[in-house]
Design a protein around this ligand. Sequence first.
Ligand code: ZN
Ligand code: ZN
Length: 147
Amino acid sequence: MKEFLRTKGFKMTPQRELIFRSFFELGRHVSVDELYDKVRLQDNTVGYSTVWRNLKLICRVGLAEVVNIGDGITRYDRVTNIPHGHLYCLKCKELIEFNVEQIVGMLAHKTSDYNFTPENFKIEIQGYCENCRESEVEVVEETKSDA
Ligand SMILES: [Zn+2]
Ligand SMILES: [Zn+2]
């Protein structure tokens, strides 16, 4: 990681190393707050803006990308080789990943009809996860009977 950053023109400091390590330990879809909390458990001298800046850096060197669902929380997702889409639960705000390799292949084929070369895909489906579905169905039925 040190070497990797150096080739990109950045220095690896102990704080930076902690922030990077914490990000990858947390796994996927990490918000700044989550990362900040985790980093603070190890070193409570690290400031919020330092965490935020380093998260930006992780994106800039291509190790993560921003996932913006539109719920006001910016999440950072580590970049992987296998394309995945997101299932977003409107209730518990959980992001579930699903494999979109096949769909991406289909889309790439489709876009070639338009003489278009795709570089990036964002596949996101909003709805309700297994745990939240039951309670949500009741709410929908209640509003229906009101109308
Ligand atoms: Zn993801
Ligand atoms: Zn849910």
